[in-house]
Every structure is written in C-alpha cells, then in structure tokens.
Design a protein around this ligand. Structure first.
Ligand code: IMP
Ligand code: MG
Length: 178
C-alpha cells in the first residue's frame, strides 16, 4: 500500500482491508446475537455505505432483510428550512426491528434529521450501525449502536467513501495528507 492521488489531493493508508473485515465480523456477531428471531430490516444509506452494507450483510447469519435508500436534501418552506427525504424506502417499517447502515457519521446532521422521520414510521426498534464515526466533528449528537472505528476529524477515502465522486472503489480506507 502506498500513497494514492485523487483529483488534486494525496491520501495515505489508514485502515487496512483485513482490519475492516475483522471489525465487520465482530459487528455482525453482535447483531446476530441481538436480533436472533427478530428478522431485522437493514436500511442502507447510499451511496457511501454500499461496500460496508454488502460485507456486513454477508456476515449476518440470522434471517434478515435489507433495503437501500438515498437521502435527498432540498430547501423546504421558510419555517422548515432544509429538508431531507428518503428515496426508495418502499418497505413498511411498522413493527420492524430496523438497523440503519451508514458509512460515516461526521457532524451527525444527516442522521439527526432523518431518524425522527423513521421513528415516525413506528418501527419496533431503531438502531444505527456505522463503520466510522468522527466524535470530534459532532455538531448533532448521534449515538451509534454498532460502531466500526472512531476516527479523527480528517477526510477519509475509499471503501465506499468518495472525494468528489472518485475513490469509492478502493478496498481499504485512506486518510488525506494535509
Ligand atoms: P454528516 O451529516 O455530517 O454526519 O455527514 C455524513 C456524510 O458526509 C457521510 O454519509 C458521508 O457521505 C459524508 N462524509 C463525512 N465525512 C467524510 C469523509 O471523511 N470522507 C468522505 N465522505 C464523508
Ligand atoms: Mg453517506
């Protein structure tokens, strides 16, 4: 592994593929225990979480479902301000045990706006699985129930995470060289 260049920036290796895979197996084991017999519904948030969702779901050995959504933000009315809506959420959440799959929680803004909407859909329970969390970047506190790695407040790339559209296909995680 060495330095990679994407657009105008350089990135150095940060979390290896092996480390990511073994952490995901640990998360999956916890979920397999916690949700046995509950038929959880995983809701993966695209685009960034597609690789994490895939590897995590492969390690889930209990009966479970998965769906994929995109979050779109638009300017609402003056009073509501900025609004986030889910595109592609076609599964009924009522009474379901829902686990959100997110790539990274940064400021927490996305999830803090989206979670109340999901709660409104009356799931039996609602938890978050995130591969990465930047605690130092928190503006809107979010409690991550299943966390891969707490990471410093640096820009990361790879394993689904992009820099201006590129780098999602890198199988491990790189950190911006500042
Ligand atoms: P939040 O709403 O500030 O928590 O931002 C979450 C979203 O910002 C993530 O789902 C990512 O799409 C993006 N993001 C945050 N940090 C990074 C990063 O270091 N690299 C790439 N994307 C990031
Ligand atoms: Mg994302």
């Amino acid at each position: 592994m060495s330095i990679v260049r994407v657009h105008d920036k350089e990135f150095e290796p940060y979390l290896s593929e092996e480390l990511i895979k073994s952490k995901i197996r640990e998360i999956a084991e916890s979920i397999n225990q916690d949700y046995a017999g509950k038929m959880p519904l995983f809701v993966a948030i695209l685009n960034g979480s597609f690789m994490f969702a895939s590897d995590l779901f492969k390690a889930i050995s209990i009966e479970a479902e998965i769906c994929f959504i995109k979050l779109a933000s638009y300017k609402g009315t003056k009073s509501s301000g900025h609004v986030i809506t889910a595109i592609g959420l076609d599964t009924d959440l009522i009474g379901r045990h829902v686990v959100i799959i997110e790539d990274i929680v940064d400021t927490g803004k996305t999830l803090s706006e989206f979670l109340p909407q999901l709660e409104h859909m009356q799931p039996a329970s609602l938890r978050i699985a995130a591969l990465l969390h930047k605690p130092e970047a928190t503006v809107y506190p979010i409690s991550v129930d299943y966390l891969g790695f707490a990471v410093p407040n640096k820009f990361l790339l790879g394993y689904g995470l992009d820099y201006d559209g590129l780098g999602r296909n890198i199988p491990s995680i790189y950190k911006l060289i500042e």
